[in-house]
Design a binder for this molecule. Structure first.
Ligand code: GLA
Length: 742
């Protein structure tokens, strides 16, 4: 029984043997939270878990019970105004200007599987994989109904939660906040982990001990952002990558979000996750319903890797488009760093031809193929071929690429408009702008008002036509600036704070339409690199260009951090030329390949400029990737050595049956004579099985306890035996169960 209802239908226990999540109907009819964590045996009554004693100074909500105070109780969907002074999960404004609400329990329903969320991306599951509990609460005075949706996955330590508000009254109301997840923990001793960064430095791991008061991350940029990912975890002080408890939270949403931890005066910790209440308000008319995005909650007893693996499994099996779950993603070459805006058909076909020779499968034409775009100052919105550069047209180019044996893909930036464009001349009103304000440019461009259906429709028509005409196999969907002067002429004055949410719903609408109509087109999302790395977009685009930074050393941190939540097979990872265009660093081709191997592989360089020796290396890299790509797609990923802490990085991916594994080891600076013998301690293997690696045999327990010996490093005198030397070293090990070798 994944959902246990006890105590005369007042207690709810979601469990799957890996976690328990328990709440109940309190004496005042509201929902109280009781427990979230390690799986507990079911019992009739858990209400003793509610702290129930008189506390000086507290408000009491029941006149005849001085111990009843929501100020000290943990709650399921806290609201403001009746004695709980912490940040609420729900806040409404009524027509008379009042804010107090009292949502009480009405009934529940259990459904096998998982209902979808209208207009929003969300995890999906069939009846055998998940069970859903829907709790209906009612605000009797205001005639509002609130539904809390909980899905517990049967084989994953995961619960998803979303909230819907239904206006059954006669008056319009305003939603000021409706958080997707709200969890109260009866303790404060946690570290908060989140991912922070900037353009070209995305997803760096940040950890800090929780302190009394509020600590939060979020975005008000119109996108989930390079700066903070919609992810937050609480871990115990002694939790490591491999052991200990951690609670992970991730929002399936690509717009403004808030993720917050608050320690109150009784040392309870409240987690809130949802749409950022800043610049958000939603007018809800009678008979309308508002749905919050979905929050994913993971509980792991197996450290940070356990948490990450649960996210990875959920996203691979229950979030990305079904079509792409098992489909092989092509190894691509993207012309951006090879040519930037300076190309013609001949140059592109020469790249495609060389790319084919080394085994690449898809050619992607990046920015500059449309309108009259020769730099980043013009033409966004004019999705028609740039006749000056490609006089024979896109179809001709696409056929030329296919003739050379590669698939063809294109870059779009659908949400943008250049002030210098035909689109702007005919529809200046489609560019977002606050009346009377000078519009702020970023990368010389403005943002289209995707809250308006006709704008989305217009862009859809242009894209669909090109997809058909060129028989596209792939689209890189970029988004290179954040939103300023947010305002829509299509919205009434008291609905302007709906702008950001409606904008992202418009983005989802276009994605939904295109992916449904063209299911075999592979979408890769991008936002100047990692400006929208979130599960909301993974639902449509199974891979994402996680950073414009292609430097192998920087990528170690970016990929390591991104793997905290997102599967490695969703991370676009390309080998580029040196000196690297973002850092001017020279790293060996071998290291660039060894880093990119742990992702969806590709190249971002001109193969015509490679020496014969480099071409050979690349051929080898491509063969290696093809050999291991099913493992990279389906295996369990483990972070082993942390680049934020040391000069080294190591990670590995192990097949689910534990028969094979691929290990990546990287050392940024040479460190001769640093240690007598260097080992990398592996994880995820079968202790008693014997494995073969580079001709040597080891038992799983040896590899996980002592480690895999690294090749000897040059130390000035051991030239005859040393196997590695210099800065920017890397080594890939492939390990197989003994007797299973090809
Ligand atoms: C963004 C992307 C790059 C490239 C350029 C093109 O910066 O992240 O990969 O596509 O736009 O203008």
């Amino acid at each position: 029984m994944y959902i246990q209802v006890t105590n005369n239908g007042t207690q709810f226990h979601l469990t799957n043997g890996r976690l328990s999540y328990i709440f109940h109907v309190m004496k005042n009819g509201q929902l109280g939270h009781l427990y979230y964590g390690k799986a507990l045996r079911g019992r009739e009554d858990f209400s003793r878990l509610q702290a129930y004693h008189v506390q000086t100074g507290n408000s009491t909500q029941l006149d005849d019970d001085s111990a009843f105070s929501i100020e000290s109780f943990r709650q399921e969907i806290p609201s403001y105004g009746k004695g709980d002074f912490r940040s609420p999960a729900i806040s409404l404004r009524m027509p008379d200007g009042s804010h107090v609400t009292n949502f009480v329990y009405k009934n529940y329903e259990i459904k096998e599987g998982k209902p979808s969320l209208p207009d929003l991306p969300a995890a999906y599951a069939n009846n055998k994989d998940a069970s859903t509990l829907q709790i209906r609460l009612v605000e009797k005075r205001l005639k509002l109904e609130l539904v809390l949706n909980y899905t517990v996955f049967h084989d994953l330590p995961v619960i998803t939660r979303s909230v819907s508000l239904d206006n059954r009254g006669l008056d319009r109301i305003f939603i000021e906040r409706l958080m997707s997840a709200s969890v109260d923990f009866p303790e404060k001793d946690f570290e908060m982990v989140h991912l922070a960064g900037a353009w070209a430095r995305e997803c760096h791991i940040k950890t800090r001990q929780l302190q009394s008061g509020i600590q939060s991350i979020g975005s008000a940029r119109g996108a989930s952002s390079h700066h903070y990912n919609p992810f937050l975890a609480l871990k115990r002080f002694n939790t490591t990558e491999h052991t200990g408890e951690v609670y992970g939270f991730n929002l399936v949403y690509s717009g403004n979000f808030l993720a917050q931890a608050e320690i109150d005066h009784y040392d309870n910790t409240r987690i809130l996750l949802g749409i950022n209440p800043f610049r958000f308000e939603w007018r809800l008319e009678p008979d309308e319903c508002f749905h919050s995005p979905e929050a994913v909650m993971v509980y792991s007893e197996e450290g940070m890797n356990g948490m990450s693996q649960a996210f990875h499994d959920l996203y691979r099996e229950h979030l990305i488009p079904k079509h792409w779950q098992k489909e092989i993603r092509p190894i691509l070459i993207n012309n951006w760093e090879a040519t930037y805006f300076d190309f013609n058909e001949e140059k592109l076909l020469a790249i495609a031809e060389k790319a084919k020779d080394v085994g690449i499968e898809l050619f992607v034409l990046d920015d500059g193929w449309f309108g009259s775009r020769n730099d980043d100052t013009t033409s966004l919105g004019d999705w028609k071929v740039n006749k000056n550069k490609l006089p024979k047209g896109l179809k001709h180019l696409a056929e030329g690429v296919r003739l050379r044996g590669l698939k063809f893909g294109l870059w779009f930036e659908p949400e943008m408009i250049s002030p210098k464009s035909n689109l702007y001349e005919s529809h200046p009103e489609w560019a977002i702008k606050t009346p009377g304000e000078h519009p702020t440019l970023s990368r010389n461009q403005r943002v289209l008002d995707f809250t308006q259906d006709e704008v989305v429709q217009f862009i859809y028509e242009q894209m669909a036509q090109i997809i058909r005409e060129t028989e596209l196999s792939y689209i890189k969907w970029d988004m290179n600036r954040y939103i300023t002067e947010a305002y829509s002429s299509g919205l009434e004055a008291d609905c302007q704070d709906e702008f950001y949410h409606r904008y992202i719903l418009g983005v989802y609408k276009l994605y939904d339409r295109l992916t449904k109509e063209f299911p075999s087109v592979l979408f890769e999302s991008c936002a100047g690199g990692g400006g929208r790395v979130d599960p909301g977009l993974l639902y449509f685009a199974p891979q994402v260009w996680i950073s414009d930074n292609t430097d192998a050393v920087e990528r170690l941190k970016i990929q390591y951090g991104t793997s905290m939540v997102y599967p490695i097979y969703s991370m676009g990872s390309h080998v580029s030329a040196v000196p690297n265009h973002q850092t001017l660093r020279h790293t060996p081709l071998s290291m660039r390949g060894d880093v990119a191997l742990f992702g969806t592989f590709g190249y971002e360089l001109d193969p015509g400029e490679l020496t014969a020796a480099e071409q050979k290396v690349i051929e080898g890299q491509i063969q290696k990737y093809k050999q291991h790509r099913a493992l990279i797609r389906d295996g369990d990923f483990y972070r082993l050595i942390n680049p934020f802490e040391t000069n080294e990085t190591a990670w590995m991916i192990v097949s689910k049956d534990k028969h094979e594994a691929l290990i990546g080891f990287y050392q940024v600076r040479a460190m001769p004579n640093w240690r007598r013998q260097q080992n990398v301690r592996l994880a995820g293997l079968e202790r008693d099985w014997e494995y073969v690696v580079d001709g040597q045999c080891f038992y799983g327990d040896e590899l996980m306890t002592i480690g895999l010996p690294l090749p000897e490093e040059f130390n000035g005198v051991n030239g005859a035996t040393a196997k590695r030397s210099g800065d920017y070293q890397s080594h890939i090990f492939y390990l197989q169960l003994k007797g299973k070798q090809n």
